[in-house]
Design a protein around this ligand. Structure first.
Ligand SMILES: C[S@@+](CC[C@H](N)C(=O)[O-])C[C@H]1O[C@@H](n2cnc3c(N)ncnc32)[C@H](O)[C@@H]1O
Length: 203
């Protein structure tokens, strides 16, 4: 898809969510890096799970590109906000309150996760606090992901240099990881990784 089309879709979504409740994660640099990565994939007709949907932006972006989207978050308010934005945009999403995959038995062609990844400093803000090394939720995600990918499925995961990405890649050698896009920020480097199960690579 062209950058112009992608930007047009984003403009529509951002216009639909003028008032994001303060406790729901508002789109940031990490979010837009995820959008850049999704823009490289063909999602039309695919089943997509947007895990930790926050404002709903990534799921809505895929839905406006004709994907069948399920969006989930631990925070009920994020789900309600996403429902309102979807109604405003005239798209349908399946919305689920869930602690990671716990209420999501299904499998998907594409799973998106922009996790809370900041190393815990006792703030306990669930939108950004990723526990020890910022990796607690990422590790749970990597453990549970294989059960939720369809054959040949893919995941996009955002990581920060604060999360020791090389160690994570080595620990989860059941996945093939490739970096789709990255950006140097003030105190960290963000990257979006594409994950595929090695068992599937012959497909
Ligand atoms: C960094 S924000 C990303 C929000 C949005 N996807 C984006 O890219 O802008 C992380 C999101 O994960 C959600 N979250 C935190 N812990 C979670 C958990 N255990 N299960 C599901 N979602 C969780 C937060 O509520 C928050 O909306």
């Amino acid at each position: 898809m062209t950058i112009e089309n992608s930007n047009e879709i984003l403009r529509k979504i951002l216009a639909a969510m003028e008032r994001i409740p303060p406790q729901v994660y508002a789109p940031g640099d990490d979010t837009f890096l995820m959008v850049d990565a999704i823009a490289t994939l063909s999602v039309e007709g695919k089943s997509v799970l947007d895990l930790g949907t926050g404002s709903g932006i990534l799921g809505l972006y895929c839905a406006l590109r004709w994907a069948h989207v399920t969006a989930a978050d631990l925070d009920e308010l994020a789900i309600r906000h996403t429902a309102d934005a979807a109604r405003f945009l005239g798209v349908e999403l399946k919305l689920i309150v869930s602690d990671l995959f716990s209420n999501i038995p299904a499998q998907f062609d594409l799973v998106l996760f922009n996790p809370p990844y900041l190393p815990s400093e006792g703030t306990h803000d669930a939108t950004v606090d990723g526990g020890f090394g910022g990796r607690d939720l990422i590790i749970r995600f990597l453990e549970e992901l294989p059960d939720h990918l369809r054959k040949g499925g893919t995941a996009l995961l955002l990581l920060s240099s604060l999360n020791s990405p090389d160690t994570l890649r080595k620990s989860y050698s059941n996945f093939e990881f490739s970096t789709i896009t990255k950006r140097a920020m003030f105190f960290e480097e963000l990257q979006v990784l594409r994950l595929r199960l090695r068992n599937d690579l012959s497909i």
